[in-house]
Design a protein around this ligand. Sequence first.
Ligand code: SF4
Ligand code: SF4
Length: 349
Amino acid sequence: MIYKIITKKEFKKFINGLISENEAIGPKQVDTDAKGKPIYQFKQVHSFDEIDLDYTVTYSSLKNFFLPFREELSTFSFENNDWEQNIEYHVNPRVIIGVRPCDINALNKLDNIFINGKFPSPYYLARRMNTFLIGLDHIPPADCFCESFDAHQVNLGFHLFCSDAGDKYHLAINSSKAFNFLKNVKTGEPTEKDNKAYIERKKLIKKKFRTRVNTAGLYHYLDLEFKSPIWKKWGDKCLNCGTCAMVCPTCYCFGIEENIDVSLKKSQRERIQYSCNIVDFAEVAGGHNFRPLNEDRLKYRYYHHYKGFAENANEQICVGCNRCGRACLAGINPKDVINDLRLESTDEL
Ligand code: SF4
Ligand code: SF4
């Protein structure tokens, strides 16, 4: 990693340069909630002034820019007793500005599935490879617990990471592309004082977390609590709406739809994001549902996030952003569910 210092004035010039050459996405206020608090989303931007770098957290995650809600995988044509498959995907070079560490960590987890996994996705890979990612640190919102999953800091998966240092940024440069882009603006070498301030900023961010989840031994608690009554307690509240999975930066369950034209001469295959909490998630041909109960569906979502993925990839898939907790109309959130699990088990592991 190479470190540089850039003034905020020069940074604005740098970002405007990138925006003029690329499709650009950044955090913007789109509305206010019932309490008058701003709601932010990642949106297309056309100048630096449209971006709100002081945003708290976006309602939806960045996932949708890499795994769209609905995406065409291929089309088929059936002519003269033969068939042909056509696959097309096209991604413009783009830049995403102001991404928080937990959201970059979430993308790194998706990389493990869609790039490094057994069945890599060329659609995902094309988007990831054509995206220049600029991270930005922040003082965490009160209900965020990414520090509990060590997702409040990030060392890979971005091109450039900015740490706020008053009227300048301490930049971590993580790619030759970022290094070359920065040649167009004025940067300086960090002094000893800058580096000390950078370390102090990191310590301050860690100290500012007000929500913590005790994840020690969680993997084993889940092993022991498969039949726990807490799954029914929380499952009974669940509305099966699937919102938690839609806003989550790492939920990636999907369904495949085949749309056959009435002429029977062509068809289209689409991938659509899905949620394991939705009633028919485990329904198979013939109408049998392997998970008809709310409590089972909710439980398996938690097992996938905190155990199944940990078993397969040696890490938990949750990054602790609490988007699911904020969006859930039934008041279900990982902190309370995990705390309940711990109360179930009397012995500390
Ligand atoms: S958002 Fe809440 S109510 Fe909706 S499916 Fe998820 S846990 Fe259930
Ligand atoms: S806190 Fe919720 S939304 Fe965020 S990564 Fe974990 S499960 Fe997904």
